[in-house]
Design a protein. Structure first.
Length: 360
């Protein structure tokens, strides 16, 4: 198990903890904006190992969690239309809409299929030319390239029965929105998987303009502790930086091919984030060249009213780092993985799910 076990090696973890405790004097709040980090931090019990002056906050890093309830309602409306096959990643089927979920619609007879890749949806479009195949696209820069490739292939193959309902988002605008709302943080634990695609440069403005350190982190205990040590050192020295801890995966230029296909197919747009509302230039929509594959061009959503969020659910405040899941009155009692009231309890990368599974 070489190169795996070493990331759990206490002979590496203990010196990192000693170094953190030695140099960390100030009260600091570091926010992770990656669902994988949220899950890992809780799984490995890192908050219990750190000194009390260091607090870790979970931000808007889970794509399922930040997805608009209206997006779910539109997907449900599409699922109810004859002749449509809805394709989606698994987590999305359990996210509550206004009055239903995709899971319930599937149980009621709608043709909703869980796929492992958007290319699986393209294969269905070829297999069932008489059906409309709609892929529900969610996620950040990690999943967007594969969707872009799929849409480009659909155009190349002249498939007229494939379309995309996009809720794809990009991370930096949400990170800036956190700062603009006056939420106190002292540094960002930047997403690892996203950064393998984009490279580090998209965080440069956060360091230069806002004076907050950004460290791109891996997902193992030693990764995260080393990242926290790097951020603590930045705060204590008063020198915020953009650094890569996850050097074994993240390169300075990112993935050039992935960025190229994203730029070919998508353009930025204003988009809605749970807890934040509309964040300018934070979403990805199909550009003019690929607009014929936009599900919104085929289907009329005017009859799908914009819903209100469940007022008892505090997912929005949790995604801003203002509250923890344990502060929600519904947590564990009415809201749990078997019966999620809010999106943060659905995905394994959601803060509520992670707290539920690993708390204590």
């Amino acid at each position: 198990m070489r190169f795996i076990d070493e990331y759990y090696d206490t002979s590496l973890i203990e010196p990192l903890l000693r170094s953190i405790k030695k140099i960390s004097k100030k009260e600091v709040r570091f926010m992770e904006v990656c669902g994988g980090h949220t899950m890992a931090i809780r799984k490995f019990g890192l908050p219990s190992l750190l000194p009390e002056n260091i607090r870790l906050l979970s931000g808007p890093g889970c794509p399922v969690c930040v997805t608009d309830r209206w997006f779910i309602d539109k997907a449900i409306a599409l699922a109810r239309m004859p002749g449509n096959i809805i394709t989606t990643f698994g987590d999305l089927v359990r996210v509550p809409g206004s009055s239903s979920t995709l899971e319930k619609e599937k149980a009621n007879g709608a043709d909703i299929r869980i796929v492992y890749s958007p290319l699986d949806a393209l294969a269905l479009a070829k297999e069932f030319p008489e059906k409309n195949i709609i892929f529900l696209g969610i996620g950040f820069e990690t999943t967007s390239p594969a969707v872009a490739v799929t849409v480009a292939n659909a155009k190349k193959e002249h498939l007229t029965n494939f379309s995309l309902l996009s809720s794809h988002k990009i991370m930096p605008p949400a990170m800036k929105a956190i700062i603009h709302e006056g939420i106190k943080i002292d540094g960002y634990i930047c997403p690892g998987h996203v950064s393998t695609i984009t490279g580090p440069e998209m965080y440069r403005e956060i360091v230069g303009k806002y004076g907050l350190g950004c460290v791109i982190s891996g997902f193992e205990p030693t990764d995260l502790l080393q990242t926290i040590l790097m951020l603590v050192d930045q705060v204590e020295s008063g020198k915020p930086k953009l650094e890569i801890q996850y050097k074994r995966a993240v390169k300075p230029d990112g993935n050039l091919k992935a960025k190229k296909i994203m730029a070919e197919v998508f353009e930025t747009c204003d988009d809605w984030w749970r807890g934040f509302g509309i964040i300018p230039e934070s979403g990805l929509s199909l550009n003019k060249k690929y607009k014929p594959f936009d599900a919104g061009e085929f289907f009329n959503f005017n009859e799908v009213p914009k819903p209100e969020e469940d007022k008892a659910c505090i997912c929005g405040e949790i995604l801003k780092g203002l509250k923890t899941p344990a502060e929600c009155l519904l947590f564990r009692i009415k809201c749990n993985p078997g019966n999620p009231v809010g999106a943060c309890m659905v995905s394994s990368e959601g803060a509520c799910h992670a707290y539920y599974k690993y708390q204590g």
